[in-house]
Design a protein. Sequence first.
Lengths: 112, 111
Amino acid sequence: DGGITQSPKYLFRKEGQNVTLSCEQNLNHDAMYWYRQDPGQGLRLIYYSQIVNDFQKGDIAEGYSVSREKKESFPLTVTSAQKNPTAFYLCASSGTGDSPLHFGNGTRLTVT
Amino acid sequence: KQEVTQIPAALSVPEGENLVLNCSFTDSAIYNLQWFRQDPGKGLTSLLLIQSSQREQTSGRLNASLDKSSGRSTLYIAASQPGDSATYLCAVRGGADGLTFGKGTHLIIQP
């Protein structure tokens, strides 16, 4: 079955540590996205990538970094510079133009 | 900058009722609009996608309409069931940077 896999489902880290969230898709989509969701808030765009080896900042990129070395993979690193990293992180992918976005099941990150 | 607003923020109705969820957006230059369902602690499930050239889409008991010129969409749920309880998110796509989301409507269907 085609889809988007995010791992792990739950992640716990100590403050000051960097942590990387995995996102893999087998839908052959060119574009991939990372969103953050906080309680009572809509999803906010962190980074997106339309093609391999290229990515752009979204609305809340500070304290995050990404890479896009393969079409199938778009890992997100939450760095120690991110002031409030505890959140629910969702990865998505889409074809080009007006294609719909497909979402993974998310990773819940808790930093203490 | 695109802004998406969903009204109401929360809704509780008895089972069997028909209901309407509202979504408005400030910039009518969109590719499409998607309605999603989110269960607690879960990812997003796409319910309906309406392209900018379309007026409505239907799937089972769900019907979504789009009035691009006025910046509005509605999601109509017929004969609501307790299993419909979830948060419903509206999102618009205006370009390559993906979707802009509303904050959602938290729906509770009382048995």
